[in-house]
Design a protein. Structure first.
Length: 237
């Protein structure tokens, strides 16, 4: 092997070793930051308790226990909360929060989960939702329009639409962009040694094709009035 090739190989090995050493040091010395949602420590547990509001506007709700997929596949220090909100006319919305612990793999790209459940992502956009309360503020959120089909008992194929609205929030910061979240997480970890504790908040509903706009107005109103109950405002606690 020529001398310049040896030099390139040596430099590459040094960089790899240095990076591995730096990552190992960060893992050993990192501190877990505060969440951007109102979560309480559970004595004797690595998990936190997240309390979603039971009633919002004219929506009643049902608490959903932690599903088996969370227990089996997400890190054990993942905290989870879910409620199904139902209006008097039967319109329902599923509200879920996934809060990471020291293991950042608790939160995955939303693009993975929905197609795995049979949903096609037909449209992606970012919307601004006015959050009620004092102080009120405009919150950016991702809005996805979905499509799916199912077979009725009579054997007919029926098309349905879905709306999926979500964002990520941590202490003092929030974003609808998973890449932005990862950038901020890495930035703070390198600068301060603090691992931001991100939460992934989502709202999901199903509607008939053509009713997406009306369904979004209802889900937007639910978000506007429920978020102040469990999420800190961007400017502090």
């Amino acid at each position: 092997m020529k001398q310049n090739q040896w030099i390139i190989l040596s430099v590459g090995l040094i960089l790899i070793a240095g990076t591995a050493g730096a990552l190992n040091w960060l893992r050993q010395h990192q501190q877990l930051g505060r969440p951007g949602i109102k979560a309480e420590a559970v004595p004797g547990s690595v998990n936190m308790k997240i309390s979603l509001p039971e009633r919002v506007l004219d929506f009643n709700s049902t608490n959903v226990p932690e599903p088996k997929v969370v227990l089996d596949f997400l890190p054990p220090d993942t905290s989870y909360a879910e409620r199904i909100y139902t209006a008097p006319d039967g319109f329902f919305v599923q509200n879920t929060i996934i809060l990471m612990g020291a293991d950042r793999t608790s939160i995955h790209k939303p693009d993975y989960c929905l197609p795995g459940q049979g949903w096609a992502i037909n449209d992606k956009s970012v919307v601004s939702i006015p959050i009620a309360g004092e102080p009120g503020y405009q919150m950016p959120a991702a809005k996805w329009v979905l499509g799916n089909s199912f077979q009725t008992a009579e054997g007919q194929k029926r098309q349905v639409s879905g709306l999926y609205v979500f964002w990520f929030v941590t202490d003092g910061e929030q974003t609808p962009d998973n890449y932005q979240r990862m950038w901020w997480l890495g930035r703070d970890l390198l600068r301060t040694g603090v691992l931001q504790r991100w939460a992934y908040v989502s709202y999901f509903t199903v509607c008939a094709p053509g009713q997406e706009a009306a369904a979004f107005e209802r889900i937007k109103s639910l978000i506007a009035h429920s978020v102040p109950e469990y999420q800190f405002a961007p400017n502090g606690h």
